[in-house]
Design a protein around this ligand. Structure first.
Ligand code: HEM
Length: 137
């Protein structure tokens, strides 16, 4: 069980590296004016999303469900955590859609929008970590 939990945390850190960095790339991509920079950002975004962030997310979910179902964890903290994880998945998919819009040069938002978007996973991370460690209910 401790091995699965260790890998659950490792996969979660991998996932969050992407959840934090991809909107940061969008900030710089939205500010870029020359074609060479835009093409470079497209490659960086695609590799981050498909190579790191999505595998990290999928493995976090698999190891989390494994912990949940195999070791009898339960309680209000877990249900609230699952609801927040669902929001995190929506955020992940939304970032993927934004990346595809950038790929086709159809971005509609300015860099300030992406700076605010970047704060969203921070709030979810704090809430989820407090729930699993403190288990307030
Ligand atoms: C389907 C999604 C997930 C499920 C079912 C799940 C389930 C679980 C379970 C049952 C535990 C063991 C709790 C304990 O040892 O007391 C755990 C631990 C943990 N989970 Fe998740 N988890 C999921 C996703 C996530 C995500 C997205 C994060 C981060 C944002 C996360 C962060 C953690 C951490 C840090 C621990 C270790 C807590 C500790 O050892 O005190 N989990 N998870």
């Amino acid at each position: 069980m401790l091995w699965i939990k260790a890998f659950h945390i490792i996969f979660m850190v991998t996932w969050f590296a992407g959840l934090f960095y991809l909107p940061r790339l969008f900030v710089y991509h939205a500010m870029a004016t020359d074609a060479a920079s835009k093409e470079r950002f497209k490659v960086m975004e695609r590799k981050l999303f498909y190579g790191i962030m999505t595998p990290g997310g999928v493995l976090t979910l698999i190891s989390g469900v494994w912990l949940w179902l195999a070791y009898g964890f339960g309680g209000g903290w877990l249900h609230t955590k699952l609801a927040l994880v669902a929001v995190l998945i929506v955020y992940h998919v939304y970032c993927g859609r934004l990346m595809i819009a950038f790929r086709h040069d159809r971005n509609h938002y300015g860099h300030v929008f992406y700076r605010w978007l970047n704060e969203f996973p921070t709030v979810l991370l704090i809430a989820i970590i407090v729930l699993v460690v403190v288990k307030p209910f």
